[in-house]
Design a protein around this ligand. Structure first.
Ligand code: ADP
Length: 470
């Protein structure tokens, strides 16, 4: 089957979160399973651009409303990612250092979607499946079906995967003229609560809609930033498919970011060596349990509650544990984490920034990973943590609910709590400190979680069934 993945992120080309990890891995494993899966994404000025070799595949121009723009499609020459990768460069719009966060993101991603469809309309053949990811690609199913110039693509089956429904790409009706001429009777498909809503439009127009865990799919029907009734109405074509993790990248025995490798048999010693490196670097105490948080410092991840929760734990359980934060996000949360560094030397530290290598070391060396997320569609961190023998401490929501079993339950290996509150988090830290001192229980939990299969093979076969179901 020929599958075209369209996404704003793809690891290692450009990644801001889990979307990048998934789009970097799913096509690779689909190719291994015998499919012809490709990825098309915007060209940003990232490191990967300078390290890989490129050839020009196509060059043309298109229109964003009445604004003319030129675009170039570059193909990565050596198939280094395990699947064909295409970047669309639109000078002045896509080729910037960051993926998101610009005032003209609406125009950037609209121009990208238009350039992509213009290019595909020139192909000699049509692919079997167009697989769009998140709202940056949300208008593609609509444009394929209802824009006159893309009539050739209208019969291609489209699938839309929601990695995060909080962000919907809202835009005002004053931007409607950007879209190529379409059947005006269909304007209502673009609309949700008085604005153009690409995520809602994709849910209405894609042939199938998936999200990244079963529990999250159910949660969207009563909590999805305004789209609850739409999810209820469209539930017949929606389903949850749990993400896998890329075992080639995330393997403690071969991880290229680590100096000290280990597997399930050597986990105790291996983790200790990695923990030593962390503790030396961040002035922490190797004899105490190490709690880490890795992720975006935003409300969704409940990062705003963590400073007070950690302070409370430090107050009631002084000198019993180490805490280390790696993240970047909202300025007031970053500020709070930074302020705590001077107050708790030897017990707490923080790195404000995005550091891929350090994140691998933390998964490998930490004892516990904190994930109090208010919303977690799938969550990859907890699966990486499990693979590296780090106990996940998670709020019982979305993909966290589907992947972690509390240590109080049969074959349990993690710590689960119900609220993103100071009480629930500090109580869980207390449970964790207790289990840290019970080395038999800790070792058996590590061994159980490291052997759980989160590989992509199952996920690939679930997606294949969806592709074949319509
Ligand atoms: P989301 O996509 O909502 O941010 P996920 O759990 O699905 O959350 O994926 C997060 C990914 O981003 C993981 O690979 C995690 O290790 C990585 N990550 C997040 N923040 C950082 C950071 N500051 N430094 C390094 N890696 C990070």
């Amino acid at each position: 089957m020929e599958i075209i993945h369209i996404s704003a992120e793809c690891y290692p080309v450009a990644k801001a979160g889990g979307l990048g990890d998934v789009v970097g891995a799913l096509p690779k494993y689909q190719c291994k399973a015998g499919h012809d899966a490709k990825v098309v994404m915007p060209l940003y000025k990232t490191k990967f651009l300078t390290t890989a070799a490129w050839e020009v595949d196509y060059k043309a121009d298109a229109y964003l409303g009445n604004q003319y723009f030129a675009y170039t499609v570059l193909k990565e020459k050596n198939n280094t990612l395990g699947f064909p990768l295409y970047l669309i460069e639109i000078p002045g719009l896509t080729n910037r250092e960051k993926i998101y966060g610009y005032a003209d993101d609406t125009e950037r991603f609209l121009a990208f979607q238009i350039a992509l469809l213009d290019w595909m309309s020139q192909w000699q053949h049509i692919p079997d499946i167009i697989h769009c990811h998140d709202h940056h690609t949300g208008l593609i199913p609509f444009m394929m079906q209802y824009c006159y110039r893309y009539a050739k693509l209208s019969s291609i089956r489209s699938i839309f995967t929601i990695h995060n429904a909080q962000y919907q790409g809202w835009m005002g009706w004053n931007k409607l003229h950007y879209l190529p001429h379409f059947d005006e009777w269909k304007t209502g498909l673009l609309e949700w609560q008085h604005s153009i809503n690409p995520l809602a439009c994709a849910i209405k127009c894609a042939w199938k809609v998936t999200t990244v865990s079963n529990t999250y799919m159910g949660e969207l029907r009563y909590q999805s930033n305004g789209l609850e009734s739409l999810f209820e109405y469209e539930k017949g074509k929606c389903l949850g498919i749990l993400n896998g993790i890329d075992n080639e990248v995330w393997n403690p025995l071969t991880d290229t970011y680590l100096e000290n490798h280990f597997d399930v048999k050597t986990v105790g010693k291996g983790k200790k060596k990695n923990k030593e490196l962390i503790c030396n670097q961040f002035n922490l105490d190797i004899t105490k349990p190490l709690f880490v948080f890795i992720g975006r410092l935003v409300g969704e991840k409940a990062a705003d509650v963590l400073p007070d929760a950690i302070k409370t734990a430090l107050y009631y359980m002084p000198n019993q544990a180490n805490y280390l934060i790696l993240g970047t996000g909202e300025a007031h949360v970053e500020w709070q984490f930074e302020q705590m560094m001077a107050a708790y030397p030897g017990q707490y530290n923080a790195v404000i920034g995005y550091k891929e290598a350090l994140s691998h070391l933390l998964y490998a060396g930490a004892d516990f990973l904190l994930m109090p997320s208010r919303v977690e569609p799938c969550g990859l961190n907890q699966m990486y943590a499990m693979r590296y023998g780090t106990v996940p401490m998670v709020r019982n929501t979305g993909g966290l609910a589907d992947t972690v079993v509390d240590m109080g339950d049969s074959n349990g290996f993690g710590i689960k709590f119900n609220h993103a509150s100071i009480n629930d988090i500090t109580y869980s830290i207390g449970r964790a400190i207790e289990v840290f001192h019970n080395s038999d229980q800790l070792n058996s939990m590590r061994k159980t979680m490291m052997q759980i299969d989160h590989s992509w093979e199952q996920t690939v076969s679930d997606y294949t069934s969806v592709y074949q179901s319509f």
